[in-house]
Design a protein around this ligand. Structure first.
Ligand code: PEP
Length: 258
């Protein structure tokens, strides 16, 4: 059975001292947590947070990385630098990267393959804009982003990939997909993975939901068969909101695929 995986994306928030305080609180409060957890601080706080989560049940993630291993790429952060800091996973294809910074599927795919090649885990974000949902294209958009994002990824490497379905219109807006609508897209993404990698891999892959997940809606979302946890933005910024989400159990517990 797939265990839940709850990740906190701290985005461009927190000084190092604030990040340390949040990480320490989460380590203490989630030490008996039954699920899998990750925090993704800003690059500037990774070195501070790394020793605090080391040896705990919370993985260290980055929010992005360059598509090249190293070189003349002013302002970018390489996979080698992330690994050097103890980063275990990287969020790629977040809607803010796709839509504010114009990252396309080809670039995201390059990053996905580079991260996997260097042994990192990947959280690959997919999701439709409101206009695309209203035009009936939510499935098509998620299918394209999934297929193109995973192009060239081997079945063995897929074990280190989590997909996060994040409808763009639900991110940071307070609007959440209904559990039924979210589950339908998750099921569709699972079918796409089955077509690419076979039914067993599709059953194993974790698909998180993201988009205004809060303590009061997490349980209904995670009760759905195809929703395997959450990628949390705003509510990940303090323990009072993140810990209840992280402890949500929609019926599954223990185990763990990753
Ligand atoms: C996110 O940034 O991935 C996210 C889901 O944000 P929020 O929870 O604030 O909607």
């Amino acid at each position: 059975m797939r265990n839940y995986y709850i990740a906190g994306n701290w985005k461009m928030h927190k000084t190092r001292a604030e990040a340390a305080a949040l990480a320490s609180a989460l380590v203490t409060q989630l030490k008996d947590g039954k699920h899998q957890y990750l925090v993704a601080p800003s690059f500037t706080s990774l070195e501070t947070v790394a020793p605090l989560v080391k040896g705990s049940n919370i993985r260290l993630g980055a929010q992005n990385m360059a598509a090249e291993e190293q070189g003349a790429h002013t302002g970018e952060i390489s996979v080698l630098q992330l690994k050097d800091l103890g980063v275990q996973a990287v969020i790629l294809g977040h809607s803010e990267r796709r839509h504010t910074y114009h990252e396309d599927d080809a670039l995201i795919n390059k990053k996905v393959k580079l991260a996997l090649q260097h042994g990192l885990e990947v959280i690959l974000c997919v999701g439709e804009l409101l206009s695309e949902r209203e035009a009936g294209k939510a499935q098509e958009v998620c299918e394209t982003q999934t297929v193109k994002g995973l192009a060239g990824v081997s079945a063995a490497d897929l074990a280190r990939v989590t997909i996060a379905y994040e409808p763009v219109w639900a991110i940071g807006t307070g609007k959440t997909a209904t559990p039924e609508d979210a589950d339908a897209i998750h099921a569709y993404i699972r079918q796409v993975v089955a077509r690419l990698y076979g039914a067993d891999k599709a059953q194993q892959i974790l698909i998180q939901y993201g988009g205004s997940v809060k303590p009061d809606n997490a349980a209904q979302l995670m009760a759905k068969e195809n929703i395997d946890g959450a990628l949390v933005g705003g509510a990940a910024l303090n323990p009072e909101t993140f810990v209840p989400i992280a402890n949500t159990c929609g019926g599954r517990s223990g185990g763990g695929v990753l």
